[in-house]
Ligand binder design. Structure first.
Ligand code: PGA
Ligand code: ZN
Length: 423
């Protein structure tokens, strides 16, 4: 039993210097907890909506003063003095107060900030770590292993001024099961990638939204070649010590039935063949948003070409939305879910998405957004929901490192390790 006494909302700034929302939840016991929410740039069309002020004279319309006000007035009035036995009870009430399919009325940013602040307050009240509260949202889940991080090395697309079409090349150290080793290996690969960028492009400090290096690649393939060279320069073996994961974010360069990258204008069929060729040529183990979010017709072919030995992840395709996940499972369109809680708006709905992915025997990757805050709840969520992977961004910016550091803390506290990598 948890009785809310007050809810407070604030506009704060995210890692891009854009407004986002923080909520503070106070319980009758005197326990107070806060949570802040992230925001995407390459957002899926089916994502729940954020409430933003739309006043062009302030933060170019992106202000969150109204969102803070919704928490201070509407949500505070409706929820304070009420007792909730479970997170689901609170979330269902939030969903009911909003009353729309896509959170267009009160905003997914306001609802999620309150949903997580409440979860954290309940954890504090019971003297439990946050991951065990998340754990209880998914009955039957047992966090046997820590999620393995996939870490942003090179960036393109919307996160890096569009200099190269695809959004992320990520590295995943696989020859360790411990976070401190994994981060040390990643740091060495990143340092080598920065040196190589300096040597080949005469620059090293150009960084994208998630801290990935963003030299002016002329072809997508240059990203993979440089990633492999960086792994080798770090004294590690591509494919054995470190593998690659890609976020193609294909919706961003899809128009009129064609995938437009570099000078190439490819049909879905030809683009799938190109992805399969990259998969053969480089140590790639997972491909996210390999096709556009509404190209449902071709996702089953992508799965046929790659699904046997590659994690075929839907991000914009699925938007952490249970009905899109059901559709993808029924049509065999993916075998991996990118789980971003703010794409759907409450913890309870995101838990349903995770459960559906588990039931379909998909891999689950819990993901940050390109605009993040210093809050670290994402690490607890990924552990609590026993995700296979976690995708936070690079290891060079504090809004990302807060979560990596929390992963190390949890690993130390629980003694849990990552699963050994099976090739
Ligand atoms: P976003 O990018 O937060 O800008 O949507 C992250 C991703 O595409 O995975
Ligand atoms: Zn993505």
């Amino acid at each position: 039993m948890h009785k809310i006494i007050s809810l407070t909302g604030m506009e704060i700034l995210d890692s891009r210097g854009r407004p986002t929302v923080k909520a503070i939840c106070r319980l009758e016991s005197g326990i107070t907890a806060a949570a802040s929410v992230p925001s995407g740039a390459s957002t899926g069309a089916s994502e729940a909506l954020e409430l933003r002020d739309g006043d062009p004279s302030r933060y170019r319309g992106r202000g969150c003063l109204q969102a803070a006000e919704v928490i201070n007035t509407t949500l505070h009035t409706a929820l304070s003095g009420r007792v909730f036995d479970t997170q689901a009870e609170l979330d269902l009430m939030l969903i009911g107060l909003d009353g729309t399919q896509n959170k267009a009325h009160l905003g997914a940013n306001t609802l999620l900030a309150v949903s997580i602040a409440f979860a954290r307050a309940c954890a504090y009240e019971q003297g439990l770590p946050l991951y065990s509260i998340f754990d209880s949202l998914l009955p039957g889940i047992e966090a046997q292993y820590m999620p393995r991080p996939m870490i942003n090395l090179f960036s393109g697309g919307r996160h890096a001024g569009g200099q190269v079409a695809i959004q992320d090349v990520l590295v995943m150290p696989v020859s360790t099961i411990e976070m401190p080793d994994l981060l040390a290996m990643t740091a060495e690969v990143y340092a080598c990638a920065a040196e190589l960028t300096q040597e080949r492009y005469g620059m090293r400090l150009l960084r994208a939204d998630e801290g990935g290096l963003a030299p002016p690649f002329t072809r997508v393939e240059n990203m993979f070649e440089l990633a492999v060279a960086a792994i080798e320069r770090a004294g590690l073996k591509p494919g054995a010590d470190v593998v690659l994961a890609l976020d193609i974010a294909a919706t961003q360069f899809y128009a009129d039935g064609r995938y437009n990258l570099d000078e190439r204008r490819l049909s879905a069929h030809d683009f799938i063949a190109l992805l399969a060729a990259w998969r053969r040529a480089y140590p790639i183990v997972s491909i996210e948003d390999g096709l556009a979010e509404d190209d449902w017709e071709h996702w089953p072919s992508l799965m046929q070409a790659l699904g046997g030995d590659t994690v075929v992840i839907g991000d914009d395709l699925l938007c952490t939305n249970p009905s899109r996940i059901r559709q993808a499972a029924e049509t065999d369109s993916a075998n991996g879910l990118l789980l971003k809680v703010n794409q759907i708006g409450t913890l309870t709905e995101a838990a349903e998405s995770c459960m559906l992915a588990n039931r379909a025997r998909w891999k689950v990757t819990v993901s940050a957004r390109s605009g993040e805050t210093e809050d670290d709840w994402l690490a607890d969520l990924a552990v609590g929901w026993a995700a296979d992977f976690i995708k936070i961004g690079s290891i060079t910016q504090s809004e990302r490192l807060a979560k990596y550091n929390r992963m190390m803390e949890i690993e130390g506290e629980t003694g849990t390790r990552m699963a050994a990598w099976a090739t």
